[in-house]
Design a protein around this ligand. Structure first.
Ligand SMILES: *[C@@H]1O[C@H](CO)[C@@H](O)[C@H](O)[C@H]1NC(C)=O
Ligand SMILES: *[C@@H]1O[C@H](CO)[C@@H](O)[C@H](O)[C@H]1NC(C)=O
Ligand SMILES: *[C@@H]1O[C@H](CO)[C@@H](O)[C@H](O)[C@H]1NC(C)=O
Ligand SMILES: *[C@@H]1O[C@H](CO)[C@@H](O)[C@H](O)[C@H]1NC(C)=O
Length: 448
């Protein structure tokens, strides 16, 4: 029942964006275009022809947002509003408005009157369980730069909310328990000043498909069950998460995953092969990951971005990486990798979509035959390695010191795909890194 309701609501919201709704994959493509854009609202206007519904008195409500028992006659009455849901939303919004301590863009001055659907940042749609009662279905405060000590008592008290986008505000305090919002499927609280442990309450949000917590001060560990959520997008970059990556990371169905700029440790789990049909872009960039590069990474058959730069990963590059036929950006710079850069990986620039192979700051000693051309064409960056005959390499003493250390990683020459005739259609145009969804997530909006 809940799933049917969600689908109905999804339809309502997406119909406003695009007339063609297809399967989940197509949905993802459309989402790719709309998510992440800052300040783009999704939703309808509300205050149309809806009629007030017969209803329990305000004092019956159990959500803690009751009106005063007998409001003075100057106070708005339920009958002043298009419906009772909007009356309750009004009360919640007005109470939140009182707690706002800064509003540089003058947003909250629009939060007046009996038509909350017209307030800046609020969008209405009818919830699936009451199709004649449009109410607040989406809150989009992206870029408003409002300050408030907490969003508890606000976002958790708008029971029909499907989207909460609050990128770039000064909201602090914990993320409230949102389990009373059955339709919530997008939660973006990025670039605020939320702190404390991972907000474990989000784990109960079974309909969530978009979770963006990046650029906050969350710290500690990420519960492994986050990777069991049925998400499309999971952005955790630029927090203070610190823990070994959970072994079953690969069970996550996400298409876009950013763990960059945290303190994650341990190896990249072999279970990543279980994401081979779903993972499109992944950023492990700038953590403290260690261990050998697992052969299973080469099985990520639809990945376009794989970025594990600036960690402490070691070992040779498994030849399985030659099967990353879709990969455009492959960044392993700033690690402890060594051996030969496999010819089969460099051939991806011709046989696949490889546009950028960043291996600088490692300890490679040899280049596969096809790699030399890529150095010339600047697709391959191998500066600061140990390759004889190339400029800008490490000093020989640094190289011999590293090369004398004992090495434990297996040399894997197994190629788990048929490469004989595997040329794929080249990407229409090679993107620059700022055009990828995950790399965009690394950019913090500038302060006003
Ligand atoms: C918002 O938070 C940032 C970071 O804590 C702080 O530097 C800034 O002064 C705050 N802005 C306002 C208007 O309070
Ligand atoms: C991949 O998923 C299957 C089924 O859930 C599981 O049995 C297997 O152990 C996983 N593979 C790895 C390498 O974790
Ligand atoms: C690969 O392509 C060559 C030349 O186009 C062809 O002769 C050969 O049969 C193909 N091999 C496979 C396995 O399709
Ligand atoms: C190639 O990738 C590296 C590492 O991610 C990045 O710093 C560089 O800007 C990229 N180059 C281009 C041309 O996209």
């Amino acid at each position: 029942m809940a799933i049917r309701s969600l689908l109905l609501l999804l339809c309502i919201i997406f119909l406003l964006i695009s007339p063609s709704l297809g399967d989940r994959t197509q949905l993802k493509r459309q989402r790719k275009a709309i998510e992440i854009s800052i300040g783009v609202g999704v939703g309808g206007s509300g205050s149309g022809s809806e009629s007030p519904t017969a209803s329990p008195s305000p004092t019956d409500d159990s959500c803690g947002c009751s009106a005063p028992a007998s409001p003075p006659s100057s106070e708005p009455q339920p009958s002043d509003f298009p419906n009772l849901k909007q009356y309750y939303a009004y009360l919640v919004i007005q109470r939140f408005k009182q707690s706002i301590t800064c509003d540089p863009n003058g947003v909250i001055q629009t939060w007046v009157g009996y038509r909350p659907c017209t307030y800046q940042g609020f969008y209405c749609a009818a919830p699936p369980d009451s199709p004649d009662t449009p109410t607040i279905a989406s809150v989009d405060f992206n870029g408003f730069r409002l300050c408030a000590p907490t969003v508890a008592g606000f976002v958790d008290q708008l029971p029909d909310l499907a989207l909460f986008h609050a990128n770039s505000n000064n909201f602090s305090g914990p993320i409230p328990d949102l389990t009373g919002l059955p339709y919530l499927y997008e939660l973006d609280v990025s670039n605020n000043i939320h702190s404390g442990p991972f907000p474990a309450d989000v784990l109960a949000l079974s309909n969530l498909i978009f979770l963006d917590l990046r650029y906050n001060l969350f710290a500690g560990s990420v519960p492994a069950s986050v990777f069991a959520l049925d998400l499309d997008v999971l952005f955790l970059n630029n927090n203070n998460f610190f823990q070994p990556l959970p072994a079953d990371l690969g069970s996550s169905p996400v298409a876009y995953l950013t763990l960059a700029n945290n303190g994650f440790t341990g190896p990249i789990p072999r279970s990543i092969c279980n994401a081979s049909k779903t993972l499109v872009e992944v950023l492990f960039l700038n953590n403290r990951l260690s261990g050998c590069l697992p052969y299973e990474i080469g099985l990520l058959s639809i990945a376009t971005v794989f970025d594990a730069g600036f960690n402490q990963l070691t070992g040779p590059i498994p030849w399985s990486f030659g099967c990353l036929l879709k990969v455009e950006q492959l960044n392993l710079a700033g690690n402890l990798l060594y051996g030969e850069v496999p010819d089969v990986v460099c051939r991806l620039a011709k046989d696949g979509n490889l546009a950028n192979l960043s291996l600088s700051g490692n300890y490679f000693t040899l280049l596969g035959l096809s790699c030399w051309d890529l150095v010339k064409s600047q697709v391959l960056d191998v500066r600061q390695n140990c390759i004889l005959g190339l400029p800008e390499q490490r000093p020989p003493s640094e190289c011999s010191k590293f090369l004398l250390r004992p090495k434990h990683c297996p040399v894997s020459h197994y190629i788990p795909c048929s490469l004989s005739n595997c040329s794929v259609k080249p990407a229409a145009s090679k993107s620059t890194s700022s055009e990828y969804m995950t790399y965009k997530a690394l950019h913090q909006p500038p302060p006003n």
